[in-house]
Design a binder for this molecule. Structure first.
Ligand code: 3EB
Length: 357
């Protein structure tokens, strides 16, 4: 027996992608259930009531702006607040938060000017971990990282690699795992001079981390990709109390640990879609009583060059299904040869009664 319903005891966390016009037309009663809004695109951010987090990532939208605003919602009584640098809004089991710190705040007064990305990253993660401790919501489920000029090199090396060193050190300092039980994540490049922006979902219950059998775990990447491995899992399944949503991390054209199909955006999109399929299969193998499918997920795609947008969209329409919401954004990907990256989130599309506790 199965039904389309969510589990009856779960406060349903969900995401929707709306246009600015749709956002503007919502009544106050709707806004009460909003955890946070991430408005992509160049036009001015929509006004939210003052206490709903609005995350200014600042990436450009490619194609239609109909799905430009990412809106996280929870069917529960929500409260907002700020602790340290973290703005948040939460229900009893789930918290949405963000930090935004300009690198200019960390202009070295002495020593190496290039250290500022590492210092700002250390500070942002220390703020997040302190907030999660204070708020009693310790388990990071999903983290979105946006940093300026991600592929630029300075005296300390490529900025993404510097970010990885600082992120891993911050996890260790916060007494957190750096392998295995680590959050799903993505890390994308924003425009030069943009602040470091991190937003995240955390919960009172531990998520289940998943890896992709087609890829080496990112936390075990060899040192040719930088002195410290990235700290993220390939996907995470939220606890039953949150609704068992599947969060697929930023997923690119990587097999093993190597980038494949350099210079071919369409082939990279196909390989990324195959990696997403492998993760859905891994999620189903790890779950009893629920079933995930590509059709029930919502997607965000990051495209390095706008000139590849049409070819990439064509591939994802074919491999994921054209009926499904995909928001396309222009962003730099964390390895220079990668032209596209895709992430996904969604609840199980089938809950078997037998699987319920
Ligand atoms: C990769 O698989 C591509 O550093 O948080 C994907 C997802 C990527 C997350 C991160 C990086 C991150 O290595 C890049």
């Amino acid at each position: 027996m199965s039904s389309r319903a969510r589990e009856p005891d779960a406060a349903a966390l969900r995401v929707d992608y709306l246009s600015r016009a749709e956002l503007k037309s919502q009544p106050a009663s709707w806004w009460r259930g909003v955890l946070g809004v991430v408005p992509f695109g160049a036009t001015p951010a929509p006004r939210t009531t003052d206490d709903i987090p609005l995350v200014p990532v600042g990436l450009e939208v490619l194609g239609s702006e109909d799905l430009a605003c990412e809106v996280w919602q929870l069917d529960a009584a929500l409260i907002s607040g700020r602790t340290g640098e973290v703005h948040y809004r939460r229900g009893s089991e789930v918290l949405f938060g963000h930090v935004m710190i300009p690198e200019a705040d960390f202009e070295a007064t002495h020593g190496n000017q290039a250290e500022k990305l590492q210092r700002v990253t250390a500070r942002a993660y220390a703020e997040i971990f302190a907030a999660l401790r204070t708020l009693g919501c310790p388990h990071l489920l999903r983290v979105w990282n946006y940093l300026a000029s991600i592929n630029e090199e300075d005296a300390l090396g490529e900025r993404y690699r510097q970010f990885n060193s600082a992120r891993r050190a911050a996890f260790l300092l916060g007494r957190r795992a750096v392998e295995g039980d680590v959050p799903a994540a993505c890390a994308l490049g924003s425009a030069p001079g943009s602040p470091l922006v991190i937003y995240f979902l955390a919960s009172t219950a531990r998520a289940r981390a998943l890896e992709n059998p087609r890829q080496v775990s990112a936390y075990r990447y060899p040192s040719e990709y930088g002195p410290a491995s990235p700290t993220f899992s390939r996907a995470a399944i939220a606890a039953p109390t949150v609704g068992r949503q599947l969060f697929i991390s930023g997923t690119a054209s990587i097999l093993g640990h190597e980038s494949v199909h350099p210079g071919d955006a369409a082939a990279q999109a196909r390989e990324s879609a195959a990696n997403v399929a492998a993760l859905i299969e891994a999620a189903n193998a790890a779950s009893t009583g629920v079933r995930y499918s590509a059709e029930a997920l919502k997607y965000k795609v990051y495209v390095r060059y706008a000139s590849d947008f049409a070819a990439i969209r064509e591939e994802f329409s074919r491999h994921l299904g054209s009926r499904h919401p995909i928001t396309y954004l222009q962003a730099d990907i964390c390895r220079r040869e990668l032209l596209v990256e895709i992430e996904a989130v969604g609840g199980p599309d089938r809950v078997d009664r037998a699987g319920r506790p």
